[in-house]
Design a protein around this ligand. Structure first.
Ligand code: CTP
Length: 413
């Protein structure tokens, strides 16, 4: 039996990037032999084993053939006579289909090194179309390696379109879609993930809420880029440039969903688009089983981002109401994330990339001031129940009023 290092580990080594997971391929062995050698089997669907010492994954070489529709409709053959080249042939991209032998030699029958040099993400064989998940994977790799200059090959985009048109995307489970989306959001250029899905005609099936924003105009005064789909991708790009975490990036994706619902006669303004988006975001999150932390932030950002943009003009009562509605008291970190989404929203506009965003500092200063109210002292004064709440409210309001004056005076100086 022979073992090879395969997949992402070889690719990332060749790119000079840190290697996370090391996957190995075993040629010329049976499951029984692996167990005898002390490996333990983990794969349910495929024979995948853990090394007795390193705990790294070792999979038996296999071929796959699509049978019928649906993501699970595969026939797998992992008999001991499957060759290395046969296994590499079933893989998605040439850059993922390079093997490294134990002596260090590279085995690269499908031109992976050539495509690494040309910075091309190219399918290995026409069997690429048998797995609809690959649309998401390729878009995700395009987002991850965009800063290195990688592009998806035209022929591969063609095959991705073929998959999208076949309707097979409908067979992907919500969990798989979410897993790919989350990884894409954490990549260096997440906006590219959505661009590639759109180019492959797959965005409408996967995230129609985003696809619907392309072609929706906004006022050129606030949005020189005009198109709301383009703006949304620019906001996602900004959220990644600022290294905000994936939860904020997801909120950036969803923040303007409501603009697709604006009646024609109101365009290019979008009255009430934030709250209007709430229903769409809830349905989207339910459909692909988005974790609550992501959903909750996206809903708060959609609902309040317009109010937050005008923070310095807000009456103190409105600032207090905003803190209450965002539960900024118990979740100050999440409130900071809401403000981060605000920064990305403003800078994600053509020519606005370096703009200041005063609401960020202002609202954090106001929150700190409002939080300084001594609730214990109010209780000790003998107030009870509702009266405590009212006292706290009034005390916070007073401090917010003072802080607003102080802040505005300081700005004038
Ligand atoms: N739908 C899929 C999933 C995986 N693979 C192959 O299996 C390898 C390992 O898959 P995975 O660990 O998901 O991806 P990596 O390429 O290792 O990338 P990452 O760094 O994201 O883990 C890939 O390189 C690819 O050769 C594939 O061809 N088609």
């Amino acid at each position: 039996m022979e073992t090879y290092l395969v997949g992402g580990a070889v690719r990332d080594q060749l790119l000079g990037l840190p290697v996370k997971d090391r996957d190995h391929l075993v040629v010329g062995a049976t499951p029984e032999q692996m167990l005898q050698l002390g490996y333990s089997q983990v794969g349910k669907d495929f024979p995948v084993f853990l090394h007795p010492h390193s705990q790294e994954e070792y999979a038996l070489a296999r071929t796959e053939r699509k049978q019928g529709t649906g993501y699970t409709g595969f026939y797998c053959d992992f008999s001991a006579d499957i060759r290395l080249e046969d296994d590499l042939l079933r893989r998605d991209l040439t850059v993922n289909a390079i093997a490294r032998a134990e002596n260090g030699d590279l085995i690269d029958p499908y031109g992976g090194q050539r495509d690494l040099a040309a910075k091309l993400l190219r399918h290995v064989s026409p069997a690429f179309v048998e797995d609809p998940l690959r649309i998401l994977r390729v878009a995700r790799f395009a987002a991850r390696f965009y800063h290195l200059g990688f592009k998806v090959a035209d022929e591969t985009i063609e095959l991705m379109r073929e998959i999208a048109q076949s309707g097979e995307l409908a067979s992907l489970t919500p969990e798989r879609i979410w897993r790919e989306l989350e990884k894409a959001l954490s990549s260096q250029s997440p906006q590219v993930f959505f661009e590639v899905l759109r180019e492959a005609d797959a965005l409408a099936a996967l995230i129609p809420e985003l696809d619907d924003l392309f072609g929706v105009p906004a006022s050129p005064k606030w949005h020189p880029e005009i198109d709301t789909g383009i703006h949304t991708l620019m906001v996602i790009e900004q959220s990644a440039k600022h290294e905000y975490d994936e939860v904020v990036r997801f909120a950036a994706l969803c923040h303007d969903f409501g603009k697709a619902l604006t009646p024609e006669e109101k365009l290019p303004s979008h009255p009430g688009h934030g709250p209007k988006g709430v229903k769409l975001i809830k349905a989207f999150c339910q459909r692909i089983k988005v974790p609550n932390e992501y959903r909750d932030l996206a809903l708060l950002v959609a609902e309040h981002h317009i109010t937050i943009h005008s923070a310095l003009e807000l009456r103190p009562e409105t600032v207090l109401k905003l803190f209450n509605r965002c539960d900024a008291w118990r979740k100050p970190q999440r409130f900071t994330q809401i403000l981060e989404a605000g920064v990305a929203d403003i800078r994600g506009r053509l020519g606005f990339e370096q703009n200041d965003y005063p609401p960020y500092d202002y609202l954090l200063a106001q929150l700190e001031v409002a939080n300084s109210v001594n609730i214990q002292a109010i209780v000790q004064q003998g107030f009870k129940g509702e009266a405590i709440r009212e006292q706290v409210h009034q005390a916070r309001l007073k401090l917010i009023k003072q802080e607003k004056q102080r802040y505005l005076q300081q700005l004038e100086q």
